[in-house]
Design a protein around this ligand. Structure first.
Ligand SMILES: [Zn+2]
Length: 98
């Protein structure tokens, strides 16, 4: 077994597609877009073999829109899951802790 050929996956199109899908229905909230984009990237990545996943994640992160779940939790601290400040969400979201 000497499969040391350089793998060359072209994930640019897939990343673009995911980015466009994430933009649909998230209004003007960048945090929400980024969250949708990132978690969608994650779910695609989880179905890929390791070597392919690495390339894919690199490509996804290149645009600067990807955030880890930790970063997501930080970004959403102070707003609901729609990325809107508590009390201002049209869906009527409210903090769990009151
Ligand atoms: Zn909400």
């Amino acid at each position: 077994m000497s499969d040391d050929k350089k793998h060359n996956f072209d994930h640019a199109d897939l990343v673009d597609k995911i980015r466009h899908e994430a933009m649909v229905g998230c209004g003007s909230s960048y945090e929400l877009f980024s969250k949708r984009f990132s978690r969608s990237i994650d779910s695609h990545a989880s179905k890929m073999p390791d070597v392919e996943r690495q390339e894919f994640m690199e490509k996804a992160k290149k645009g600067g829109d990807y955030m880890t779940e930790d970063e997501e939790n930080e970004a959403f601290d102070g707003c609901c899951s729609h990325g809107i400040d508590w009390g201002f969400c049209p869906a009527g979201c409210d903090r769990d802790d009151d």
